[in-house]
Design a binder for this molecule. Structure first.
Ligand code: NAG
Ligand code: NAG
Ligand code: NAG
Ligand code: NAG
Length: 649
């Protein structure tokens, strides 16, 4: 691990974790992360991944979000002998869009070559030329991998002036004026010559490891000579003419092997460039201030107001008239009255707890460095696996709550916990998939992967939910965990709820309360969205972990504060409200996603829009249920605490 530059600027908490990283990764070589030694003359495979829309210039907009398979017919890229063969990828890699294939590039360790002919394509009809030109206008980029390292091009960070590797490189070049002048006459050039620089580190005399891949693409109007060689010295670019069929494009490449000092263990550092860490620190500071402020508020209520209230209630036991004028105690006979739709609430909180556990464990893994970017798709694999495993948490929490509410249809409860929320998520994924299939995008999840997901859901997650629910419902559970018994008895007849002030009605409270957790997460949310849609690597998990903790604290405190205000005005309908109050953060997230769509993306295809809002919908729903569960749990603890402190005759 190199501690200078990016790592040092992340500060001491992360530095501590950075020290743990090498220990963890050395003790724990995950598949695909072990180094591979090559000897001189050994063939090195170049694999290709789908072409994806990508931009690097800050402030410019993304025009599409649909990836296309590298060997899609319309591209007419050179194929290896015997046709492309797919390369194995993990479940997570497939879900995150990897579709790896072999390629006809011939790279031999330490053999510098120039002007190799990859192939000359057959004639390309003008419709396909138009297709390629449109992809170039949408800034599509190649994604190649050599020894697990993505082919990059070098860019300069405008702020610090440091060079860094930007993953992928453009399919071609459209005239920059195109954004303002969308006439087809603006020339589009295709990159058909690649200068591939492979950096290697020599371990001992004979073993070499690949530590960097840089590709500089060129557009050259190359012609093949009679004997099959090409002249790569052409200076004229290859301009695509969409009104004519093309007789055939010649693809060529150079390979140069460059010795490098970068050891294998830090080869990803150049790829993981932190643009400006101060923005992360800034947002973290703001949210920390918010949390301290909220903690102060809650502490004040707990210590001062409540203490005073409790003392007063208990001292003035006989003087009924004084007791009358006070808020939250008056509703003691109603505060634990089971809410309407108790079934749905317990199911949602159960699923929220499942997501919360999944997020927490995944983040711990990520912070400890187990999810190294060289293990492609590891993040998604871990997320899916833990989601399935924590089905038991969902079953348990949902069952406990449902029992607490006095529900009796326990079979329905288990079934809903196992199938209702995951069913919605799978339903949306299915729906998106249909659109992707119709657009011939490579992002469509293959049938085998979908089947594997369903198998995991039905064979792992569902049985675990049943197991969790069994322990939740079982009487025995009360022996080793406290039985959820309410500290005060509930009256037979519900109490009248007085008219509430406008700002204490459900919608205004949701709007007020949602702002605070959202303000804690929104900077990281912005970076996560950039990494998803711009296909950038997200790796500042240290920040994300801190933000996660801060957001969780904020959610619970906001929910507790609102709950207290409601109880003080004798409104005891807090069950659902606590869920919605902290879940309201997702409301702002979806509004932010719409804003992002209009400002950061410049999409005019329907499929791209469906894809964007489909995935955003899934993320928002998950966030809603997760934050809702946090607020619910906090309020449950809070009400139990304060009502068990007072004496009721
Ligand atoms: C757009 O570009 C074309 C070709 O470069 C040019 O002829 C035309 O005048 C431009 N139109 C505008 C509105 O700038
Ligand atoms: C192929 O032809 C070009 C000119 O057409 C010539 O310069 C070159 O030497 C030839 N190469 C071989 C291997 O015959
Ligand atoms: C291309 O240029 C290089 C150096 O500029 C030269 O060595 C080479 O012979 C040229 N190739 C042809 C085919 O002209
Ligand atoms: C290959 O070319 C690079 C630079 O282009 C050079 O540094 C390196 O030494 C060359 N390797 C061999 C084996 O000739």
């Amino acid at each position: 691990m190199r501690y200078d530059g990016a790592t040092r600027r992340l500060g001491w908490p992360l530095l501590l974790l950075a020290h743990l990283w090498p220990l963890a990764t050395q003790a724990f070589y995950l598949p695909g992360v072990a180094p591979r030694d090559y000897r001189q003359g050994e063939r090195v495979e170049l694999t290709v991944n789908p072409v994806t829309p990508k931009i690097d210039a800050l402030g410019s907009q993304l025009r599409s979000v649909i990836p296309y398979n590298y060997y899609m017919k319309q591209f007419h890229f050179c194929q290896p002998e015997g046709g492309p063969k797919s390369r194995a990828a993990s479940l997570g890699a497939i879900l995150s869009g990897d579709r790896l294939y072999n390629s006809p590039f011939n790279l031999v360790m330490l053999h510098n070559t120039t002007c190799n002919v990859l192939c000359k394509t057959d004639a390309i009809p003008k419709e396909d030329i138009g297709f390629i030109a449109n992809r170039i206008r949408e800034h599509y980029a190649y994604n190649w991998l050599i020894d697990g390292l993505p082919a990059a091009h070098i860019k300069i960070d405008r702020q610090s002036g440091e060079p860094f590797y930007s993953v992928g490189f453009n399919l071609g070049q459209a005239h920059p004026d195109w954004a303002t002048n969308q006439t087809e006459s603006v020339p589009v050039t295709l990159h058909n010559h690649y200068h591939i620089r492979v950096q290697y580190h020599t371990n001992d005399e004979v073993n070499h490891r690949i530590v960097g891949v840089i590709v500089s693409p060129y557009s050259k109007h190359t012609l093949l000579s009679q004997n099959g060689t090409a002249d790569c010295n052409a200076t004229e670019p290859l301009v695509l003419n969409e009104h004519e069929d093309h007789p055939g494009i010649v693809y060529t490449y150079d390979v140069s092997w460059e010795p490098s000092d970068i050891p294998w263990g830090t080869r990803w550092d150049n790829y993981l460039h932190v643009f400006d860490p101060s923005i992360h620190w800034f947002s973290l500071t703001i949210s920390a201030v918010v949390v301290i402020f909220l903690t102060g508020m809650v502490a004040m209520i707990m210590l001062k107001a409540l203490h005073k209230d409790i003392a007063r209630y208990n001292v003035d036991e006989e003087q009924d008239d004084i007791r009358e004028d006070f808020g939250w105690k008056l509703v003691h006979g109603d505060v634990f009255r089971a809410p309407p739709h108790a079934m749905l609430l317990s199911v949602l909180v159960g699923n929220g707890a499942q997501l919360l556990c999944m997020a927490a464990v995944t983040l711990v893994f990520a912070v400890l460095g187990f999810l190294s970017p060289s293990n492609r798709g590891a993040l998604i694999t871990v997320i899916v696996t833990f989601y399935m495993l924590f089905g038991c948490v969902a079953g348990y929490v949902s069952a406990r709550l449902y029992k607490m509410f006095g529900g009796e249809e326990w079979k329905t409860n288990i079934a809903l916990t196992a199938f209702f929320f995951p069913g919605i998520i799978f339903g949306i994924i299915f729906f998106i998939n249909i659109f992707l299939l119709s657009a011939h995008s490579s992002d469509a999840v293959p049938f085998g992967t979908l089947a594997a997901l369903f198998a995991m859901w039905f064979l792992i997650s569902t049985p675990l939910t049943f197991v969790g629910a069994y322990f939740g419902f079982k009487k025995l559970a009360s022996i080793y965990t406290y039985a959820i018994e309410h500290p005060v008895r509930t009256n037979q007849i519900p109490r009248q709820i007085p008219e509430q002030a406008v700002y204490l009605r459900p919608l205004p409270t949701m709007f007020m309360a949602g702002v605070l957790p959202f303000s804690a997460i929104f900077i990281e949310l912005y970076f996560i969205m950039n990494s998803i849609w711009y296909h950038k690597i997200y790796y500042v998990f240290g920040f994300l972990f801190l933000v996660f903790i801060i957001a969780a604290i904020t959610c619970s405190q906001v929910a507790v504060l609102m709950c207290y205000f409601h109880l003080c005005t004798e409104d005891y309908r807090w069950w659902w409200r606590s869920f919605f109050t902290s879940g309201a953060c997702a409301l702002y997230t979806s509004a932010f996603a719409v804003y992002y769509y209009y400002t950061r993306l410049d999409i005019n295809s329907f499929t791209s829009t469906v894809l964007y809002f489909g995935w955003t919908g899934i993320m928002t729903l998950m966030l809603f249920v997760m934050t809702g569960a946090i607020g619910f749990a906090a309020c449950l603890l809070f009400t139990r605490k304060i009502y068990s402190a007072i004496k009721v005759d």
